[in-house]
Ligand binder design. Structure first.
Ligand code: CAA
Length: 257
């Protein structure tokens, strides 16, 4: 199996699992991954998803070059559409996604991590968009998301050179939130995920929706959307419970409705 879905309610782990190819993503893996993301999106018991790679060498070493080498332009377009659909499904999922980058995140692997809401890295993480070294531009969103995550001049340098960036540089340029020893990475990702999952589930979903909407539609539209979501929260029991718990000096019990 090329992608493993592990449920640890309220968390889920999606593990890219093709270690003999450094978790390189072929059409089959992408389809399995897309199906798993959609399955989780429909599951209200899952509040946060962690995306990581199997083995200790790679998150994902990119799109499968062996599969791509002989593609026609039409097949390349379909492959880009599928990879982009996976990244879009992560962005549009109701749950926050944490990329736990445990090794190489190259090309399509880096693009998957960029689509996640939060990136954590192990000391062994290596990021790059090496597509230009293979004679192609990025195809799963790297040219669009990298300049939205790190400053555009730095994104340009990385995209035009294909240069690799280690974990500490990734931290310095804001590509990742934190760097941990490899053996701690998953547990730290789980800790962060549990911290998110302890909050009001509707509130977290609405917040992700607002952040994503504003990044794509600009400040004015984003503010209008945020007010609507804010008002919507006042139709929920979680709003009453969260505020009453504060006033009564106790921990809230959120029911997600
Ligand atoms: N596609 C297919 N196979 C891959 C692969 C990929 N992206 N990355 C690694 N592999 C395979 C290797 O061919 C090798 O297979 P064999 O054992 O059968 O020879 C196996 O995984 C192990 O890799 P290496 O022997 O190369 O391991 P290494 O330690 O010497 O090097 C590496 C590791 C630096 C990651 C190197 O494998 C590498 O450069 N991989 C390609 C990275 C890359 O260019 N990714 C971008 C792809 S393009 C893309 O993603 C387009 C897009 O925007 C969607």
């Amino acid at each position: 199996m090329s992608v493993r879905l592990e449920r640890e309610e309220p968390l889920a782990l999606l593990v890219l699992d093709r270690p003999e190819r450094l978790n390189a993503l072929d059409t089959g893996s992408l389809r399995t991954l897309l199906a798993a993301i959609r399955e989780l999106a429909a599951d209200e018991r899952i509040r946060v998803v962690i995306l990581t790679g199997a083995g200790d060498r790679a998150f994902a070493a990119g799109a499968d070059i062996g599969e791509m080498v002989e593609k026609s332009p039409a097949e390349a377009l379909a492959f880009a559409e599928l990879g982009q659909a996976v990244c879009r499904a992560i962005e549009e999922a109701p749950q926050p996604y944490i990329a736990a980058v445990n090794g190489y995140a190259l090309g399509g692997g880096c693009e998957l991590a960029l689509a996640c809401d939060i990136r954590l890295a192990s000391e062994r993480a290596v990021f790059a968009q090496p597509e230009v070294t293979l004679g192609i531009p990025p195809g799963w969103g790297g040219s669009q998301r990298l300049p939205r995550v790190v400053p555009p001049g730095i994104a340009g340098e990385l995209l035009y050179t294909g240069r690799r960036v280690g974990a500490q540089e990734a931290l310095r340029i804001g590509l990742v939130n934190a760097v941990y020893p490899a053996e701690e990475l998953l547990e730290r990702a789980r800790e962060l995920a549990r911290q998110i999952a302890a909050n009001g589930p509707i509130a977290v979903r609405l917040t992700k929706a607002a952040v994503r909407f504003g990044l794509e539609h600009g400040l004015e539209a984003g503010l209008a959307y945020e007010r609507q979501l804010f008002a919507h929260a006042f139709t929920t029991g979680d709003q009453r419970e969260g505020m009453r718990a504060f006033l009564e000096k106790r921990r809230p019990t959120f029911l997600g409705r």
